[in-house]
Ligand binder design. Structure first.
Ligand SMILES: [Zn+2]
Length: 485
C-alpha cells in the first residue's frame, strides 16, 4: 500500500458470487452490515465450528481496525429438525434443549474470544412475525405455493437460482431433494412446515388466492435467516459469511427468497465462505462422530493456540486437524513469547543502531496491512509477525541496548496487530529470565551445535531445577518458558 493511502479503501475481498477478487465498497459509507450463519443449538460446538467463527471474527476485527463500523449479526437457529430429533431422542422439550445448548455455545464463543465481537446474537424463535411477512410477500409475488399444510418455494420461477453455486439444475437434482406428490418441481424447498405432534408450533395468518387462512407449524431453515436479516438490515446488506458447505442449498435459497420477496439485487453484495476443518481427511462433523468439542480442546490447550492454528491458513482453505497441529502451534507461540521477552527485557539506552528496529517495524506494519487487505491473508500477515519477532531477537543478541521509545513502539505494533488474530494476549513476556539462566541457554545452544547432546541435556535439567524454566528446541530457535505457563 502506498504511504498515505487510507487502509480501508485498499481492502480487496474474494466474492463467491462473482468468483473474483473485488474492491470492498460497502453500500453505505464506512458502515458494514454483516451476517454470519450461526449455530444450530442441539449439541456442543466443536473445532469445525470454532474455525468458522474465529475466521469471521478475525475478518471483523480487521475491518474495524482499518476504520469500518461493522454491525456484525449472528443468528442462533433454535427452531430446526435436528433440535426436534435430538429432543425426541432424549425425551426433552425442544425449546428447553435449544436454550441449554445456546447457553453452552455462548460460553464457548466467549472462551475463544469471539462473543465480544458479535454485535448481537438473534434467535429464529423471536422472528416468527417477520418470517410470516416474508412468506406472504413470496406468495403475493408468485414464488410460493401451498401444499397441504406446508408452503413451498417454486424454484423454477427464480431465474438466477444457480448464480451463487454455479451448479446447473442437473447437478442440483443429484443433491438431496424431497420427492413429494404435489410439488411443482422436485427441487422446490419448504418455507413453512405444517404442525406435527411433539414439535414446537406457531400459528400464522396468510392470504392465499384472496382467502385468509391460518397455518400451524414452524418455519423452514432458509427463511429464518432472510426474515431475520430483512428485519435487522433491510432487504440488502454488505457481507454474508458462512462455511463453504452452506453455499448450496442454504445460501442459494436465501438469495432466491430475499430477491424474490423484495425485488432488490443483490441481496448481499459480498459472499465470504470459510473452508471446513477436516480430521483424517474427513470433515469434522456431528454426523461422522469424529469431532473434538471446543470445551474439551480447551481442557488441555488454550484459545490462543486455536486461534494461531486458524490464522496460519487462509480462511477459505480447509485445514487438516491433528494433535500434532495443536502441539506445533503451541510451540510456535512459546517461541514468539520467548523471543519477545528477550527483546522486551533488553537494557534501554541511546543506541544509534535502534534505527534498524524502527525500519523493521515500519515495514512490518505496511506488510501486515497489505496482507490483510488482500482478502484477509492471515497466513502471510502471521509470517510477518514471526519474521519481525525473529529480527528483534537477533537484534537483542547483537546489541547491548535499545532506545526506549523504539522498543516501546515495536512492542506496541506487535501486540496491536497480533490482537487482530487474538494472540499474544498474555503479558508473560514482560518478565525477564535471570541473566545466569540466559547465559546457560546460550551455552547449551553452542553445545547442541557441537552435537554434545549429553551435556546440553544436563544444562537443560539444571535450568529447570534452579530457575523453574523449561527449555524446548524448535525449528526457529530455543524457547524458554516458566513451568506452568
Ligand atoms: Zn444461515
Amino acid at each position: 500500500m502506498a504511504p498515505g493511502t487510507d487502509p480501508k479503501s485498499a481492502l480487496v475481498v474474494y466474492n463467491t458470487l462473482t468468483r473474483s477478487k473485488e474492491k470492498f465498497v460497502p453500500m453505505s459509507g464506512d458502515e458494514v452490515k454483516m451476517f454470519v450463519c450461526g449455530q444450530t443449538v442441539y449439541d456442543d460446538a466443536h473445532l469445525g465450528h470454532a474455525k468458522n467463527y474465529i475466521n469471521f471474527d478475525v475478518i471483523v476485527r480487521w475491518m474495524r481496525k482499518i476504520g469500518y463500523r461493522v454491525n456484525y449479526i449472528q443468528n442462533i437457529t433454535d427452531v430446526d429438525d435436528k433440535i426436534i430429533a435430538r429432543a425426541n431422542e432424549k425425551g426433552q422439550d425442544p425449546i428447553e434443549l435449544a436454550r441449554h445448548f445456546e447457553k453452552r455455545f455462548l460460553e464457548d464463543m466467549e472462551s475463544i474470544g469471539v462473543k465480544e465481537d458479535v454485535s448481537e446474537y438473534i434467535r429464529s424463535h423471536d422472528y416468527i412475525d417477520a418470517i410470516r411477512d416474508q412468506i406472504q410477500l413470496l406468495i403475493d409475488n408468485g414464488y410460493a405455493y401451498r401444499l397441504d399444510e406446508d408452503v413451498y418455494y417454486n424454484v423454477a420461477k427464480f431465474h438466477d437460482y444457480n448464480k451463487l453455486s454455479g451448479m446447473d439444475m442437473k447437478e442440483i437434482g443429484r443433491h438431496r431433494i424431497e420427492v413429494r406428490p404435489g410439488k411443482v418441481n422436485d427441487y422446490d424447498f419448504v418455507l413453512w412446515k405444517g404442525a406435527k405432534p411433539g414439535e414446537p408450533q406457531w400459528k400464522i395468518g396468510l392470504v392465499l388466492d384472496g382467502q385468509k387462512v391460518e397455518l400451524s407449524g414452524r418455519p423452514g431453515w432458509h427463511i429464518e435467516d432472510t426474515a431475520m436479516t430483512a428485519s435487522v438490515f433491510g432487504p440488502q446488506y454488505d457481507v454474508h459469511g458462512g462455511a463453504s458447505e452452506l453455499i448450496f442449498p442454504h445460501h442459494t435459497n436465501e438469495i432466491a427468497q430475499a430477491e424474490a420477496a423484495y425485488g432488490k439485487k443483490p441481496f448481499v453484495k459480498y459472499w465470504l465462505h470459510s473452508g471446513v476443518l477436516n480430521i483424517k481427511g474427513q470433515k469434522m462433523s456431528k454426523s461422522l462422530s469424529n469431532f473434538v468439542k471446543i470445551r474439551d480442546f480447551l481442557k488441555s490447550s488454550d484459545a490462543e493456540t486455536l486461534r494461531l492454528i486458524f490464522c496460519s491458513r487462509h480462511f477459505r482453505k480447509e485445514i487438516d486437524y491433528t494433535d500434532e497441529v495443536a502441539r506445533s502451534a503451541a510451540k510456535k507461540l512459546r517461541y514468539i513469547y520467548a523471543s519477545l521477552s528477550r527483546f522486551y527485557n533488553m537494557p534501554e539506552s541511546e543506541n544509534p543502531q535502534s534505527a534498524e528496529v524502527t525500519a523493521l517495524v515500519e515495514s512490518f506494519r505496511a506488510q501486515f496491512t497489505d496482507a490483510m487487505n488482500d482478502d484477509f491473508n492471515t497466513s502471510l500477515a502471521l509470517s510477518g509477525i514471526i519474521t519481525l519477532v525473529n529480527s528483534l531477537r537477533a537484534f537483542a543478541e547483537a546489541n547491548s541496548a535499545v532506545e526506549k521509545s523504539v522498543k516501546d513502539d515495536a512492542i506496541r505494533a506487535i501486540i496491536e496487530y497480533a490482537g487482530v488474530f487474538g494472540i499474544l494476549t498474555k503479558e508473560t513476556y514482560k518478565e525477564a529470565i535471570p541473566d545466569e539462566a540466559y547465559a546457560m541457554i546460550k551455552k547449551r545452544e553452542v553445545l547442541r551445535k557441537e552435537k554434545k547432546f549429553g551435556e546440553s541435556d544436563e544444562i537443560r535439567g539444571q535450568i529447570s531445577e534452579k530457575f523453574g524454566i523449561r527449555i524446548e528446541d524448535t525449528e526457529d530457535g530455543t524457547v524458554w518458558y516458566r513451568e506452568g505457563e
